[in-house]
Design a protein around this ligand. Structure first.
Ligand SMILES: [Zn+2]
Length: 585
């Protein structure tokens, strides 16, 4: 077993040190060798200790320090760590699984000890044998691996000294650190990922509280499908080289949007100018290339510098002096490997340096460097972008479908020394959730804030199981546990969790269940069928006059979306003798 080197990964601030990256962004042992050797767990290798990779179950093991963050909320904190691992292993199309090894005692530092541990540092900000200062970092993850990139051990340290932590998903106003968000992010590093240029993704610097980091984005899903594939599935990919006047461009962002305008994959060019975007479903995509802000730009006039996603300045100088391209549209078939070289034009682009929190108040401009979020159905929201270089006469747009963006208002001096572009946005109720991009357009010139506007999902499903997470969080301390799955029936009342969710009963109490139809009452012109409904769910009523013979279930009216917890349909066909009600997706 060889420990080749230690990677130093961070959440909030770039730590000087040995960092080699390449994107979703995934880590490479050496970014300049082909074939690429990404860091990843290999559950079939014997390189890692059996305490780290279970040879029998083929699962990567993790341990949790028994003291968690706080005595008062310890159980929830431990369950939040478990739920974070569960979310990564639930990614459809990826096979990597974790198993909890158990508890270890309170930890003060990370050690190479054949144990993957998650713990809160509470005694000293200096960790990793005194080589890493946690100050200003929410968390930090060590990775140890062999020369071929096989992971041997990884420890996740959370900063329990400078930050407050909370676990309640319903506490949307809490601006402390949401355990799941930060642990999800750090597990991304644990799995071999570096920060991504998709602004609202999980493995990139995010906002405090419950924000865009909660729940994995399409970019992280693609990463898991690439690093830990279900080999029965085939994906399309895009590869190419970015050049400027014939020379390779290092450190250019390459962004791929799907047909809804959501980021499907995001990466960065290597020293050779080459890039790869993996794990795309068949479909139509738009690809563009845009520069980072200059490495030396101050926070006030930059949104994403190379260091923000750990592009290694020791390898070379990222080229930030070129104009962002327009989108190139391409249609990929299943399994296709498309080559798309891109030539960029030298120049000093105008840039987006900050975003304003979406608000109903026109002209109320804030200055954020992390992604913002809106929800389907929200209307009359003002969004805005600012920087010293934005020009009057430019238009502010947002990528994709399901949004209406009004005319652009230009302000100067709302933020000292900066110009602002503001527009009114309507988000349609059927807008596809995902990471959208702010686009500033002025003639042939563009500026992008790639993936910095999240359209949140109205029904959170961070573990991809089709069941509303809020229902699972309500009834199970570990909401991702097997007993919380849609098909499970933990109270053994013969009604699945999914059914009990649909009918509004308690899935953990065998005395609580509901039949959909509550009553059928004869009226003068037919029957009133009354049922206990879930508001917002769609139901179809069926009827038949008899069983057997020519009789069959027939729809009675069109599907009805419940506006009340008790719903009534009057069936005017006096011949109906039997009713049945179905939930319609
Ligand atoms: Zn990080």
């Amino acid at each position: 077993m060889r420990v080749d080197r230690v990677l130093v990964l961070c959440l909030a601030v770039l730590i000087a040190g040995v960092i080699e990256n390449r994107a979703f962004v995934f880590y490479l042992v050496n970014p300049n060798t082909v074939p690429l050797a990404p860091l990843r767990w290999n559950v079939n290798s014997t390189a890692a200790h059996t305490n780290v990779v279970d040879r029998v179950t083929k699962k990567v093991r993790y341990f949790i320090a028994s003291d968690a963050y706080s005595a008062a909320n310890k159980t929830n904190e431990i369950n939040a760590i478990r739920a974070s691992f569960d979310q990564w292993s639930s990614v459809p199309g990826s096979k990597l699984q974790f198993e909890e090894g158990g508890f270890v005692g309170p930890q003060n530092d990370t050690l190479v000890d054949n144990t993957n541990v998650v713990f809160w540092a509470k005694k000293s900000l200096m960790v990793n044998g005194g080589t890493v200062n946690l100050s200003g970092l929410h968390g930090w993850t060590s990775t140890y691996y062999t020369v071929d990139g096989t992971m041997l051990e990884s420890d996740i340290i959370l900063n329990g000294i400078q930050y407050q932590w909370f676990t309640d998903f319903n506490n949307s106003s809490n601006q402390a650190q949401f355990v799941e968000s930060v642990v999800l992010h750090e597990i991304g590093h644990f799995l071999g990922l570096d920060h991504t240029p998709a602004g609202g993704a999980t493995v990139v610097n995010g906002p405090n509280g419950i924000g865009t980091q909660a729940g994995l984005s399409a970019d992280e899903v693609a990463a898991m499908r690439y690093l830990y594939p279900d080999t029965s599935l085939k994906w399309a990919s895009i590869h190419g080289k970015v050049t400027k006047s014939g020379a390779a461009v290092y450190g250019a962002m390459v962004i791929v949007d799907d047909s809804a305008g959501n980021i499907a994959g995001a990466t960065v060019t290597r020293l050779t100018g080459d890039y790869d975007v993996f794990s795309l479903p068949a479909g139509t995509y738009r690809l563009r290339v845009s520069p980072f802000d200059p490495p030396t730009a101050p926070n006030s006039s930059s949104l994403m510098r190379p260091g923000e996603i750990n592009v290694d300045l020791q390898l070379g100088n990222p080229d930030t002096s070129f104009l962002p391209t327009a989108n190139l549209t391409m249609t990929l078939t299943n399994g296709e490997s498309r080559v798309q070289n891109v030539n960029v034009t030298s120049g000093t682009p105008s840039r987006i340096a900050s975003l304003s929190r979406p608000t109903e108040f026109k002209g109320l401009i804030s200055q954020l460097r992390t992604a913002v979020s809106v929800s389907p159905g929200q209307s009359n929201l003002y969004v805005a972008v600012s920087s010293p270089t934005l020009q009057s006469g430019s238009t502010l747009q947002i990528s994709g479908t399901g949004l209406t963006v009004g005319p652009t208002t230009f302000y100067t001096g709302k933020i000292a020394g900066q110009n602002t572009l503001e527009a009114l946005v309507q988000v349609s109720s059927n807008a596809t959730p995902g990471l959208r991009t702010f686009i500033v357009n002025n003639g042939a010139n563009f500026a992008y804030a790639n993936g910095f506007l999240e359209i949140a999902s109205l029904v959170p499903d961070f573990n991809f199981d089709g069941l509303d997470d809020r229902f699972q969080r309500q009834y199970w301390p570990r909401w991702t546990a097997p007993e919380a799955a849609p098909g499970a029936d933990p109270d053994q009342d013969h009604f699945s969790n999914a059914y009990e969710f649909a009918t509004g009963s308690n899935p953990t109490n065998s005395a609580s269940f509901s039949f959909l139809i509550e009553s059928v009452e004869e009226q003068r012109f037919g029957f009133d069928v009354t049922w206990k409904a879930d508001v917002g769910k769609k139901y179809q009523l069926y009827g038949r006059p008899a069983f057997g013979g020519a009789s069959a279930w027939q729809t009675i009216g069109a599907p009805v979306t419940a506006t009340n917890s008790t719903m009534v349909i009057t069936d005017r066909r006096a011949t109906t003798k039997f009713y049945r009600l179905q939930l319609v997706p």
